[in-house]
Design a protein. Structure first.
Ligand code: ZN
Length: 160
């Protein structure tokens, strides 16, 4: 396992559409394991494969410590409600914005062994699922932000 380099905003790889995983092999498992190490090192909530330079439809989310969700070829199949929250990204350090996301989503994906499953998320998990699946289509959160936070607002929230 290894900690990978996180691609930063401005790199065109973050703007590319990722291709689906077709073979669930050792390479896929290794990518997932390395992404987990990378996410933990960065203290993040989610990470998508293009953020580590791999253009495949793979992302991981860990909203609760120890509850890692691995999503391969994820598709959001249901969504409802709306939430307005502050959002950031490991590829966009130091910048935060307010986004509108669904309050609840249901996603269908494959696990590392190639089995299809569905997971429902609410609140932070719903937001993370939307954020990470957006990365697979080259979309960054600030594309959807209704407003970016100013430097003063970011400093204020750091003091809390
Ligand atoms: Zn992100």
């Amino acid at each position: 396992m290894a900690v990978l380099n996180i691609v930063k905003d401005g790199d065109e790889i973050l703007r590319k559409k990722c291709r689906p995983v077709v073979q669930f092999n050792e390479r896929t498992k290794r990518l997932l394991d390395d992404m987990k190490d990378t996410l933990h090192k960065a203290n993040g909530v989610g990470l998508a494969a293009p953020q580590v330079g791999v253009l495949r439809r793979v992302c991981i989310i860990e909203c609760e410590p120890g509850e890692l969700i691995e999503l391969i070829n994820p598709e959001i199949i249901e969504q409802s409600g709306e939430q307005e929250e502050v959002e950031g990204c490991l590829s966009v350090p130091g910048r935060w914005g307010i986004t509108h996301r669904p309050m609840k989503v249901k996603v269908r994906a494959f696990d590392r062994d190639g089995n299809s499953f569905e997971v429902e998320g609410e609140g932070l998990l719903a937001r993370a699922i939307c954020h990470e699946t957006d990365h697979l289509d080259g979309v960054i959160f600030y594309d959807k932000a209704v407003r970016m936070l100013s430097k003063d607002e970011i400093e204020e929230s750091d003091d809390e």
